[in-house]
Design a protein around this ligand. Sequence first.
Ligand SMILES: [Zn+2]
Length: 160
Amino acid sequence: MHQEPNQTPAPTDTTHLNLAAVVAALPDAIDQAMRNTLPGMYTPQLAADLAAAMTAELRNPQPADCPVFPGLCTETMPDHHDHSNHEHTVTNKQGEHLLDVGFVQLSDGGPAIVYIGGMSHEDYLPEEVRPATAKLRQLLDEADAIADRLLADRTEARRG
Ligand SMILES: [Zn+2]
């Protein structure tokens, strides 16, 4: 992760002012909210951990979306030319890769592709089958969603 050098925000930069105020208020707000809404789960440590995680998230916002395939492409380099998403995968019990679907659009002018791959095998007890197939179905639905998205983008490009 790259770290921004400490920059003094311009006086008109209300985002920075609001962020500082939110970060300062977060620990108490979360502590109070957890006591009120999750009394069974509340511990001071858990509330503090949550506040720390949220503060880290606020201070390091996600990099800007890919301008070509926003919400789909997961490349984070500014001005990248090869677009892809390799984040959808199902692993076996050992954490090894079982099946994945993904998306790639290279800058060589070729078509955008959706891949489905990496099938190995794993043995399941009967009670383990449905949780496993549910994950695989969800993964294949993801492949459909990516394909639909690419087809919609293509239709859009033809119109524009
Ligand atoms: Zn991209």
